[in-house]
Each structure stands twice: as C-alpha cells, then as structure tokens.
Design a protein around this ligand. Structure first.
Ligand SMILES: *Cc1c(COP(=O)(O)O)cnc(C)c1O
Length: 354
C-alpha cells in the first residue's frame, strides 16, 4: 500500500500529561482512505488533522451506517512503542463491516496504516503512569443519498489522541445503575458489532444512570430484562463463591478483547472462569448470602474498572466494601504490565511498532 503524506504547516502544542482525561484531544495528523465500487479501497493518505466536508444528505448522518474500533499505543520505559493485539481489533472491524454492509478492508493494510500514523505521531504518546495514545479507526458511509440502502462510497479514517484515565475517578470502584427499562441490543441486532448506532441507543439510559449518581449502566438482556450483558462500553465479570463468571456471548454482547485476555490470564493463574448466562437474581442472591466477592468491567479505554456498588430497583448493593478486589487489581496490573512492556508477554499479545 502506498500511503501519500501531506505535511502539516502548523503543529499543535503538546499537552501536559496530567489530567489528559479521555477523548478530549487529537493529534496533528489523520489517515484517510476512500472506497467506491469501481476502485475498491483506494487513495490511502496521511494528511493534517482537519474537519471533513460532508454533503448534508450523506448516508451516515441519517441512517448511521458506520463502525469504529478503539485500541491504544503504549510507550515502554525503554522507549518501545507497543500495541496490544491489534490483529483482533482489525478482525473485529471487518466483522462489524460485514454486519453493516460495509466492504471489508485488507487486514494487512489496516495494520500498516495504524503503524505509519502511530510512528509519525510517536511524540504524542504520553509516558506518565496510566497514559497512552488512543487510536480510533472508523468507517462512514458517504453516498449523498437519502434512500435507505447500503452506500456505494465510504471513508475509512484513523484519528489519534493522548489519553489518561477513562473515568475521572481513576482506578476507584464505581457505582453502576442496573437498567431494567431500556435495552442496548438484542440477539440478531447489532450488539456484537462496534457500530455507531449501538451508542445512540445507550445514551438515554446512561443519562438516567448519571442522574441517579452512577457512572455507567449495567445492561440486562433485551428479552427478559433478566440476564446481565455488559456495563456501558465494557464487558462485565462477577466473582461469586470463588468462581469468576462472565456473561456468555449471547448474540447481543460485544466480544471485547480485554474480556478474552482477562479470561486467559485468570485461567492461566488457575482460576475457574465460567462463560454462561448470569441473571441479576443470581447476583442479588449471592450478595444476600455474602458470596458476591468482586465485580469489574473490562475494556480498552478503562482497562479494568472495579465495580463498588450496584443500584438495582432503588436498592444499593455494596460489593467488597467498595474496595478494589484481589483479582481486579491482579488483572489490572497484569494487563497494563504486558501492555506497557513491564511484564513478560508469555501470551504473545504485544506488537512492537518499528
Ligand atoms: C469496545 C467495547 C467493549 C470493549 O471491548 P475491548 O475490545 O475490550 O476494548 C465492550 N463493550 C462495548 C459495547 C464496546 O463497544
């Protein structure tokens, strides 16, 4: 792939690495590649970061035909630039494309595009504890056409931004609202894909959770409002009576890369991990018997997020005294240790960008 490059005339001022927050800042460049039916994916380029002109009738603006990914570049103490399982993000991007009638991308080309722009922007990778460079690949349908139909033209872009903690509270246990009215996805819908519309569907419940003093929503299944699915933009785990349980991928849950990686680490350390339907009643029952030991969410943005409290039907359930549990902190330390190149990577998950 021959990526053209246009130099930026004016670079942005780099930010202080304290209080970077999440998603507020972008770097100097972006990657763009276009698609049409004749040429396939064509004209890959790296250009100065800027707004993109879109016709007001552009498909994605009306019907949400668009998908995205999220991964991070980490700088190790000895200056190496590491990605974490980027091949998994790229495969998932193509699965999301398939679900939304977007033409697949060549996996090697996507990896090359990520590598090229990360290297170009390497000075933007922060090094303070817990910081990294967030990478956001995404695809939008660009036909200027108001009929409901898969687009014939698309734009694939990659933008980057330095990030700190996803939650302002850092690695502190969060309070979660168990949502039993709105749903995020149903089996057969788009819940297993990283599509833009899934997030539009989630906002109302998120707003409700925040008004109730919670930071995220714990979604229940769309049919029975009974089985737990995910927490906001994270997969979810519960430790009950010594066993670690995470909801099985039922067709409405996003298959997180942090989720499978956490399961592999836990199993490698001898923990019993169950992937199965897990009802909210089972969790409340375990709580009442004193058997609900820990809970946490997993995802690229927050890595591991301890859950200190559930709010369900007006009642509060405090987990592990609202303190970070043993496996929660073990997983955080192990995952970030591998991601930042501090620990031996015996799973072969890190990918060095050179
Ligand atoms: C991206 C995402 C996750 C987490 O996936 P990772 O690959 O671990 O980052 C979980 N749930 C939803 C809904 C997501 O969009």
């Amino acid at each position: 792939m021959n990526i053209s490059y246009t130099e930026s005339k004016q670079l942005k001022t780099k930010l202080s690495e304290e209080n970077l927050g999440f998603g507020k800042n972008t770097t100097d460049y972006m990657f763009i590649m276009d698609y049409n039916d004749k040429q396939g994916w064509y004209d890959p380029k790296i250009v100065p970061y800027s707004p993109i002109p879109l016709d007001p009738s552009t498909c994605v603006l009306h019907y949400g035909q668009g998908v995205f990914e999220g991964l991070k570049a980490y700088k190790s103490k000895d200056g190496r630039i590491l990605l974490f399982r980027p091949d998994e993000n790229i495969k998932r991007l193509n699965r999301s494309c398939d679900r939304t009638c977007i033409p697949a991308l060549d996996e090697a080309d996507v990896l090359e595009a990520i590598k090229k722009i990360v290297i170009l922007e390497k000075d933007w990778i922060p090094t303070a504890e817990g910081t990294s460079l967030y990478i956001r690949p995404f695809i939008i349908a660009t036909d200027p056409f108001l009929g409901v139909h898969p687009s014939h033209t698309y734009m694939f872009m990659i933008i980057l931004g330095p990030v700190g903690n996803y939650y302002p509270t850092g690695l502190n246990p969060v309070k979660i609202f168990v949502e039993d009215e709105y749903v995020r996805a149903v089996a057969g819908g788009m819940g297993t894909s990283k599509t833009m519309g899934n997030y539009a569907a989630s906002l109302k419940a998120q707003d409700k959770a925040e008004k109730a003093g919670c930071i995220q929503v714990l979604w229940l299944d769309g049919v029975h409002r009974k089985y737990v699915e995910e927490v906001g933009s994270m997969n979810v785990f519960f430790k009950i009576d010594g066993k670690v349980i995470t909801p099985a991928l039922s067709g409405s849950i996003l298959p997180g890369i942090t989720r499978v990686s956490s399961m592999a680490i836990l199993r490698n350390r001898g923990y019993e991990v169950e992937e199965r339907p897990l009802s909210i009643d089972e969790i409340i029952n375990a709580y009442e018997k004193g058997l609900l030991e820990e809970s946490f969410g997993t995802g690229t943005a927050a890595v591991i997020s301890p859950i200190g409290e559930l709010l369900y039907q007006g009642k509060n359930y405090v987990i592990n005294n609202s303190e970070i549990g043993t496996i929660t902190s073990m997983l955080y330390d192990t995952l970030t240790g591998i991601q930042f190149g501090r620990l031996e990577d015996k799973f072969g998950w890190t990918y060095e960008v050179k």
